[in-house]
Write a protein that binds this ligand. Structure first.
Ligand code: NCD
Ligand code: ZN
Ligand code: ZN
Length: 421
């Protein structure tokens, strides 16, 4: 395959042609000539960036395939420009043994045109007592360990898990939530919760468990990754922990970067997710944390649910929104076009940095590197419409928004995973 007239935006920005042989970038140069029978893509007017990488998606298979399957989730990710994703393990059965993990890993390969990697759980059945056999699950192919969906409530369980993971050089990827502080909350504790008469979730539900975990991470040396950071207190704790050398990385979701509780238009569960949209002050702290590197990367927390689960009230609807097919366009439109971030900074946080921190392929456009590339049209505005999506989940607060950033091609391991018709 030959990509002509590529405006490459990676570590540096320049014009070149890119030649792909099998799954590798074989040449980057000026006026490369097509080989016999070579497929030629003319990228004139678009940008070519390293394929996006999302370390936090929910594909719901096995167990909840009315919400999403590996096939639909991976197609949605490819449509969003992602060439590698890492899937969470809040599934049924939870892949907490080699017997349940193996078939899932196989299906991640066969049903996806992009690279789908997998976290195994930290504990059996996501309960807070018994740590899984991490060595066996890692040997079977798990990238790391996460109980995403629920916090690990017992400190000693987390401590033991971190000790095991540290030995294996495997990351602990934490959904940080002290269940005893939830009190049935469904929205951020604050003026909007009061106005809508809904039970609130205080910031300390997240930050108090994060403080515990950072102490345990410091003691064990494990690579500790904080999922969907949502509060200013968490940003402060991570900034301080990094200063003293704790091996911590953190992600923030597009919705927490783009919205806060003031954007919630009444009791509409399209705006319900865990952790919730926080205050304006929290929102600004997350943007600042992403800017200064306290928050390393952006991850979507793509969380599809059925239409029935996302209608009605905040009180009864499921937590979570989809993100794969809107992340790049919404972030590009609101953060880059407004000049808050440069395009290079956004791409670093959506590709280069997650690749580096989780030791994943891609993140750069280089000769001999993997042919994981996304060709993106930044010029043509369009309106976000779930009818265009591959995901089964249509639960998004961004429906109807006018954005720029439309994927033309997603090329994963040298193969076209998505092409705009
Ligand atoms: N984020 C959510 O609101 N929901 C996620 C779980 C999670 O990411 O914690 C889900 O699995 O639906
Ligand atoms: Zn979570
Ligand atoms: Zn999640």
């Amino acid at each position: 395959m030959l990509i002509k007239h590529a405006h490459i935006v990676s570590d540096t920005e320049y014009m070149a042609d890119i030649q792909i042989t099998d799954h590798i970038i074989s040449a980057i140069g000026q006026s490369l000539a097509p080989r016999d029978h070579e497929q030629v893509i003319d990228a004139t007017g678009a940008i070519v960036m390293p394929g996006l990488i999302d370390v936090h998606v929910h594909f719901r298979e096995p167990g909840f395939t009315d919400k999403e399957t590996i096939k639909t989730g991976a197609a949605a990710a490819a449509h969003g420009g992602f060439t590698t994703v890492v899937a969470m393990s809040n599934l049924k059965p939870v892949p907490d043994t080699v017997e349940t993990l193996k078939p899932l890993l196989e299906k991640n390969q066969t049903d996806a045109k992009i690279t789908v990697l997998q976290f195994a759980p930290i504990t059996h059945d996501l309960h807070s007592d018994q740590v899984v056999d991490m060595a066996a699950l890692q040997a079977a192919g798990a990238l790391g360990f996460s109980n995403d969906g629920v916090g690990v409530q017992d400190a000693d369980t987390m401590y033991q898990a971190m000790q095991q993971a540290a030995k294996l050089h495997a990351p602990i990827v934490a959904h940080i939530e002290d269940a005893s502080l939830m009190h049935g909350g469904v929205i951020n504790a604050g003026p909007v919760a009061k106005k809508l008469n809904l039970p609130g979730i205080i910031n300390q539900t997240e930050s108090s468990q994060l403080a515990r975990d950072l102490e345990l991470a410091a003691a064990t040396g494990v690579h500790y990754h904080a999922c969907h950071v949502s509060t200013r207190q968490s940003v402060d704790l991570i900034r301080e922990a990094k200063k003293r050398g704790v091996n911590v990385t953190a992600e923030v979701s597009p919705h927490h970067l783009l919205l806060d509780e003031n954007n919630i238009p009444g009791d509409n569960p399209m705006f319900k997710m865990n952790p919730p949209l926080r205050s304006r002050a929290d929102h600004l702290a997350l943007l600042e944390g992403l800017q200064d590197g306290t928050l390393d990367m952006i991850a979507t927390d793509h969380a599809p649910h059925t239409a029935a689960e996302k209608t009605g009230s905040f009180k009864t609807a499921a937590f979570g929104i989809v993100g794969s097919e809107t992340a790049f366009s919404t972030l590009y439109t609101k953060l880059v076009k407004s000049k808050m971030f440069t395009l290079k900074q956004l791409i670093a946080r959506m590709s280069t940095i997650p690749a580096e921190k989780f030791d994943l392929p891609g993140g750069h456009i280089t000769v001999s590197g993997p042919a994981d590339l996304t060709i993106m049209d930044l010029d043509t505005p369009y309106t976000i419409d779930p009818a265009d999506w591959f995901s089964k989940g249509k639960n998004s607060p961004f429906i109807g928004d006018k954005v720029n950033g439309q994927t033309l091609y997603t090329i994963s391991q040298g193969q076209i995973a998505y092409a705009r018709a």
